[in-house]
Design a protein around this ligand. Structure first.
Ligand code: HEC
Ligand code: HEC
Length: 318
């Protein structure tokens, strides 16, 4: 047996004699630390809580998906791979790293313990940590893909109230909900905020014999619901909008069976895209979709015409 091995065995025996047994000493320490960490976690959950985002909304094109900071390096690494190789970066590479760690005791069989005596593996480890750190920093700094749209807190609160008060039991918004009352996204565009507020305070004072109950809402709640309903309402478009579509867009796009086939059928575009997306697309498709085959209309159409067209299109399929 090699010298160093005997030496090692001897030291092992020595240490074992003066050491303490795993059970109960080490187990007790483990339990204590686990308990303290659990207590800390419970305290943080109680005092700070998890900051949930608002409900997922597939029509929200301004959302910027981002992982938590500890996954930013992976998020950033993914960008270095083209779409077809994404699974290599997401599955194969991390798999290889963990397999290497798993089998490390089988091929790293040197007897020296000090990191400086093991330059190859130490170097590899340092490199890996530096790489992960650099990718994390780069990921953190990388620009958001979608412009940040400041969400009006009143609108967010209104959407929450709408869910909490079960308005959808009687009303539809974008095709979802009950049929007792009118489809709100269709009708509230025509109402003034003052009308809506008066109606919320006492529906039957505004619409005699209204089947909508008086909900006893607070002023803040009425303001929030009104702001929310105004935000989802279809804005009125002019008679010109369908004509503009026929003249400029129908060569390539169909609406209800009428039009060309070069671009997608837009008959239900309003259920998938909101107005601001459509405005941006009409103005300059390449900004949203670099491979776009659609011409830009900024300059061809006035801003007012584009707004009108976008209001018309976003009302389709709702
Ligand atoms: C029990 C069924 C019912 C519930 C619950 C209900 N509504 Fe109504 N709502 C109606 C009916 C019926 C009408 C049509 C008569 C009227 O205008 O009052 C109506 C009308 C409205 C209108 C006026 C639409 C227009 O422009 O003519 C708005 C806005 C409205 N509801 C919003 C809400 C909101 C927001 C909630 C939840 C806080 C809600 N409703 C809960 C039945 C209901
Ligand atoms: C020369 C053909 C052509 C013309 C003209 C055209 N488009 Fe398009 N459009 C396309 C194609 C192709 C796409 C599919 C995606 C892409 O290539 O940009 C598209 C995509 C779109 C989209 C995005 C659909 C989605 O959900 O991603 C909208 C909105 C749109 N067009 C609106 C219009 C409007 C409004 C007009 C008229 C002002 C118009 N287009 C004129 C070819 C055209």
């Amino acid at each position: 047996m090699a010298d160093w091995h005997q030496d090692y065995e001897r030291r092992y025996k020595e240490l074992k004699q003066k050491g303490k047994s795993f059970f109960p000493y080490a187990v007790f320490k483990d339990c204590l630390v686990a308990f303290l960490l659990f207590g800390l976690l419970a305290f943080l959950a109680w005092k700070l809580g998890a900051h949930l985002e608002s409900l997922a909304d597939p029509t929200d094109t301004s959302y910027n998906p981002r992982p938590e900071w500890y996954f930013l390096f992976l998020f950033q690494a993914l960008k270095a791979f083209p779409g077809s190789l994404e699974s290599v970066a997401a599955v194969v590479l991390p798999g290889a790293v963990f397999a290497a760690l798993f089998f490390l005791p089988l091929f790293d069989r040197g007897h020296k313990r000090h990191p400086l005596d093991r330059p190859f593996l130490t170097g590899l480890g340092v490199l890996a940590i530096a790489g992960v750190t650099a990718l994390t920093v780069e990921g953190y700094r990388s620009p958001l893909v979608n412009p940040v749209v400041e969400k009006n807190p009143e609108v967010v609160e209104g959407a929450r109230l709408y869910r909490q008060l079960n308005c959808a039991y009687c009303h539809k918004i974008r095709g979802k909900g009950g049929v007792v009352g009118p489809q709100l996204d269709r009708v509230v565009g025509a109402e003034s905020p003052e009308w809506l507020e008066r109606h919320f305070r006492d529906p039957s004072a505004v619409t005699p014999h209204s089947a909508m109950p008086r909900l006893g809402l607070l002023d803040d709640e009425i303001k929030a619901l009104t702001a929310y309903l105004k935000s989802i309402a279809n804005e009125p478009f002019t008679q010109e909008a369908p004509k503009l579509f026929a003249e400029n867009c129908a060569v390539c796009h169909k609406i209800r069976g009428q039009g060309g086939e070069v671009g997608p059928d837009l008959s239900t575009i309003g259920s998938a895209r909101d107005k601001s997306f459509i405005v941006r697309y009409i103005e300059d498709p390449a900004k949203t979709n670099p491979k776009s085959g659609m011409p830009a209309f900024r300059g061809q159409l006035t801003d007012l015409q584009i707004e009108d067209l976008a209001r018309y299109l976003s009302s389709l399929g709702r």
